[in-house]
Design a binder for this molecule. Structure first.
Ligand code: SAM
Length: 233
């Protein structure tokens, strides 16, 4: 069977996901986008890791299938591309400050014929002040970008009130969560839960941490480029 559709909105198209691995690894030879250089490592460490989000949506209470999703710091396109393939009714955008990475993701998108992906080269701190982006996304995702307190300042201004953010983390997240309490309060989010999964012995246990936005973001945030990282809330 070519594709398995298990809800009206989720399609696990193994052929397209394998094609993504192939095209991504070709780009990775030129650009050093990811440490995962074999089919098997890229499949597990990038594709299956990204798709864990779909299981998390079913198990963390109160999360809804997003109509619009923004992946901040998408780099070579993870978790953006596996999610765009599997959620064809969701409009998926990716943003990164590095043009050569976004250009590579654009070539992958063209090669796979994906129609639900938008790509942007910019700093999060600047893009979040663009009225077409501020408070416009149902879901903001991030993997391997920054500690939670910093990620919240990057992500929350892009979210609609009621929207949620999803941060991929290793299982040792307690200190980061504790250090983000002030940022949660200032930015108006509530902790929505975590989803823990185990990819395999080589990759170990991982987590996706979810926060839901409960109020409009003050125009003070995000602060100027570089400040969220240098002086976390
Ligand atoms: N999410 C991808 C993954 O998991 O494979 C890439 C992660 S990579 C380690 C982090 C990315 O975040 C880099 O490509 C970097 O350019 C981007 N980034 C970090 N801070 C940023 C900022 N303030 N604005 C825009 N991009 C940023």
């Amino acid at each position: 069977m070519r594709a398995v559709c298990y809800t009206p909105f989720v399609i696990i198209d193994q052929v397209k996901l394998r094609q993504l691995v192939h095209v991504f690894l070709e780009e990775n030879k030129k650009l050093n986008l990811s440490a995962f250089r074999t089919d098997e490592h890229c499949w597990i460490g990038n594709v299956l890791d990204s798709l864990s989000f779909l299981e998390a949506l079913k198990s963390v209470e109160g999360l809804k299938m997003p109509a619009t999703l923004l992946d901040i710091g998408t780099g070579g396109g993870f978790p953006l591309l596996p999610l765009a393939i599997s959620l064809p009714e969701t409009h998926c955008s990716g943003i990164d400050a590095t043009r050569k990475k976004i250009d590579a993701v654009q070539r992958i998108v063209a090669s796979l014929g994906l129609k639900n992906v938008g790509l942007f080269v910019d700093r999060f701190e600047d893009k979040a002040r663009d009225k077409n982006f501020r408070e416009k996304f149902d879901c903001v995702t991030a993997r391997a970008v920054a500690p939670i307190a910093v990620l919240l300042e990057y992500a929350v201004p892009f979210l609609t009130v009621g929207g949620f953010c999803a941060f991929w983390k290793s299982s040792k997240v307690a200190d980061e969560l504790a250090a983000s309490v002030n940022a949660q309060k200032i930015l108006g989010v509530s902790f929505a839960g975590t989803y823990e999964y185990d990819l395999s012995s080589d990759f170990g246990k991982r987590l996706i941490v979810f926060f839901r936005k409960t109020k409009t973001t003050s125009s003070e945030y995000p602060r100027k480029v570089g400040i969220p990282k240098a002086k976390p809330l």
